[in-house]
Design a protein around this ligand. Structure first.
Ligand code: BTN
Length: 247
């Protein structure tokens, strides 16, 4: 697939820009909009995304012509970032459910897939990626919430343009995989989470504990419970999956 790349100095949110363009019929599948800075960047669960100097902020227009649910695109975006940062030497980087890339337990990147009314017959989505690249410190209000890092702090010495090139090198294969091989994408997503067969706590509206014995991005999670029964959970109901400390 061919990516077309558009650069902007300042936008409200690259996701909004892509969704506007998709709505207007002005975007092609694989258009990438990169902004130097965002004045109203969005994060997951209605949070804002601080678009500090030195970060990489971009959104990919997805108009694939056939349906793959949002969770599949979130995984494809997360894996593309994981591939790119591992290329940069961060071999211990992992995914954190559902949309973060972490290194040493600190957040390096976040993914946000949005649509304006998801139509499975005519999907139109924005796949947004925020990657911390050149920052050498973060505001206290961010770090109070959770540990945060950047490529620079994690010892990958790429600037934003090198990071963009690494990411653009890895995105097409993952976007194709989202359409052509969700089984393999699901398996790699689970491997990226490093939670295969781990004892996990799942927030699915209600707390559910068990051993994570399966994950498929279209069919859901399978947990082996202490009772010996297996429990299936639909992906869209799962808000968090965390490893449980062994007792
Ligand atoms: C999260 O971790 O909560 C997801 C953060 C996603 C941020 C990116 S930055 C580019 C794109 N535009 C936005 O407004 N958000 C995403």
């Amino acid at each position: 697939m061919k990516l077309r790349v558009f650069q902007h100095d300042q936008v409200e949110s690259t996701n909004s820009l892509v969704l506007d363009q998709l709505e207007a019929g002005a975007a092609q599948h694989g258009d990438v909009h990169v902004a130097q800075t965002q004045t109203a960047g969005r994060g997951r669960l209605g949070r804002s995304w601080a678009s500090l100097d030195g970060g990489l902020y971009l959104s990919v227009a997805l108009a694939p012509g056939r349906g793959a649910p949002p969770a599949v695109w979130t995984a494809a975006g997360g894996l593309a970032v994981l591939d790119a940062v591992r290329d940069c030497g961060l071999r211990t980087a992992t995914l954190d459910w559902p949309n973060d890339v972490e290194v040493g337990g600190a957040k390096l990147a976040g993914i946000l897939v949005e649509s304006r009314g998801f139509d499975p017959d005519r999907p139109r989505l924005a796949l947004g990626i925020g990657l911390n690249v050149e920052q050498s410190e973060f505001p206290a209000e961010l770090t109070a919430e959770r540990a945060v890092t950047s490529l620079r702090l994690a010892d990958c010495d790429s600037d934003r343009w090198e990071a963009l090139a690494m990411l653009l090198g890895r995105l097409p294969a993952r976007l194709n995989q989202a359409l052509e091989d969700v089984d393999a994408l699901s398996a790699e997503f689970l491997a990226g989470l490093q939670l295969e067969n781990a004892e996990v706590a799942v927030d699915a509206g209600e707390p559910v504990n068990g051993r994570l014995v399966g994950l498929h991005l279209e069919h859901g999670l399978r947990l082996a419970q202490e009772s010996g029964e297996e429990r299936a959970l639909a992906i869209e109901h799962v808000r968090a999956v965390t490893r449980r400390a062994s007792s």
